[in-house]
Design a protein around this ligand. Structure first.
Ligand code: PLP
Length: 421
């Protein structure tokens, strides 16, 4: 392993990235927008990339890193997966967006209805926010009610009704949201009681994956209780599987808990990075889904649907969920051993295939920032606050290579802040 270069711009050697940032500042608000803005990440994080393959990214200056963000979730079988990209090229040679959908839409809906036990139909969109918003609209159409119950701090997208940031949002956008705490059934019961007769939907993520907080899997008791309360109150149970979908269980993330939603929202990993989202639902909500005017200029494009069909083939053929879990467990065990050896307190939470690593005594994430900064210097792209993602493309050798970098990063945290265990 090379010595870590010194901490200056020569070390960053980021000529092209810096030039692009400079140009972007002039023509893009803030130089970059949204979740991929690296302003809050360590200084050595590149903003721009030029290529990706398998589980590796190459940044604008040509540096290659092992990626544990997977484009924040969409990449699941590997960047530029040959089988997916072949299906994409084949469909592109026929036609992508046309004046109506192609057979791919029917094939994909059939495939999803066969795969997801709760689903009797599917409707396609482009982004997760399209899907969560449409679920809420369908639930309101079906019930004729207004209130939507949302877990505190949960992320369901970037539209005014659900964005975590207040810019441009008015009180009326959120007038009919009622909050409860994830994994806390009495708090949901109380919230439902407060709007008795007017609850259209309870929307829950697959597990608690709130930004910058320890993750939490739902207890079976909570999930089953949500189902029971929704049935008692006549509210739709909406599962937001946008982030976790296809990583925990191909049949839907709450299937192992024995709980089936009425409506579910999906996006991110469904087409391995090609733009696609979908809503699936049960027969009870088919009529409402028919009434709602669901559409978008690009929602019927065939290339992303072809990509989704190929992605599902690859996920099933390679038992991708088991692979991602094993790779996540290998990473987790390695990090745990390093933390113990260096006397650094860490918390690893959530499912292994979507790991979150937070440091003890780290309220402003300084330890996490140093850890990820050093890891990146040694070729591993991690995130100090957001959950990370494994993919089918991560091999045991990639994990072990990444662990050699994180060992140095863990030592740097111990040296910089002192042992705290
Ligand atoms: C990313 C995400 C969304 C929004 O998806 P976009 O494609 O970014 O609109 C919604 N819900 C969850 C849980 C997400 O992780």
């Amino acid at each position: 392993m090379n010595a870590r270069p010194s901490n200056d711009s020569a070390r960053l050697n980021r000529t092209r990235d810096d030039a692009l940032r400079e140009r972007a500042r002039r023509v893009i608000p803030g130089g970059m927008f949204g979740h991929m803005n690296v302003a809050a990440l360590p200084a050595n994080y590149p903003q721009f990339f030029e290529a990706a393959e398998g589980c590796r990214l190459r940044d604008a200056d040509g540096r290659s890193v092992i990626d544990f963000m997977c484009a924040y979730g969409p990449m699941i079988v590997g960047y530029r997966h040959p089988q997916v990209d072949e299906a994409v090229a084949r469909q592109a040679s026929l036609g992508d967006l046309m004046t109506g959908p192609s057979a791919r839409m029917v094939e994909l809906a059939e495939r999803l209805v066969a795969l997801l036990p709760h689903a009797d139909w599917a409707l396609f969109q482009k982004n997760g926010t399209d899907a969560t918003t449409l679920c809420v609209t369908i639930a309101r159409a079906a019930t004729g009610r207004r209130k939507v119950l949302v877990a505190r701090n949960a992320y369901h997208g970037a539209a005014p009704w659900c964005t975590p940031y207040p810019g441009g949002v008015i009180a009326e956008d959120r007038a009919h949201l009622v909050h409860f705490d994830y994994n806390d059934l009495p708090s949901l019961q109380q919230a439902l009681e407060s709007v008795r007769g007017d609850a259209a939907a309870v929307i829950v993520s697959a597990f608690k994956h709130d930004f910058g907080r320890d993750q939490q899997l739902p207890s079976a008791e909570f999930a089953q209780g949500v189902r029971r309360l929704c049935d008692e109150q006549g509210a739709a149970l909406v599962l937001d599987d946008v982030r976790a979908g296809f990583r925990l269980d191909l049949r839907g993330s709450w299937e192992p808990l024995g709980v089936r939603p009425d409506l579910s929202a999906w996006s991110k990993a469904i087409a391995n990075g090609y733009p696609l989202a979908f809503v699936s639902g049960s027969d009870a909500y088919r009529q409402a889904a028919t009434q709602v005017y669901a559409t978008g200029s690009f929602w019927c494009g065939s290339v992303a649907m072809a990509a989704a069909l190929a992605t599902l083939d690859v996920l099933e053929r390679h038992d991708a969920v088991a692979h991602m879990r094993q790779m996540g467990e290998r990473l987790r065990a390695g990090l745990q051993a390093q933390a113990l050896r260096h006397g650094v307190g860490i918390r690893q939470t959530g499912p292994a295939q979507m790991p979150q690593v937070l440091f003890d005594d780290d309220p402003s994430f300084e330890r996490g920032m140093l850890f990820t900064e050093v890891a990146l210097d040694y070729g591993v792209y991690l995130h100090p606050r957001h959950n990370m993602f494994l993919s089918l493309a991560h091999t045991p050798e990639d994990i072990d290579e990444a662990l050699r970098a994180t060992d140095i990063a863990m030592a740097a945290v111990a040296a910089g802040f002192g042992a705290n265990t």
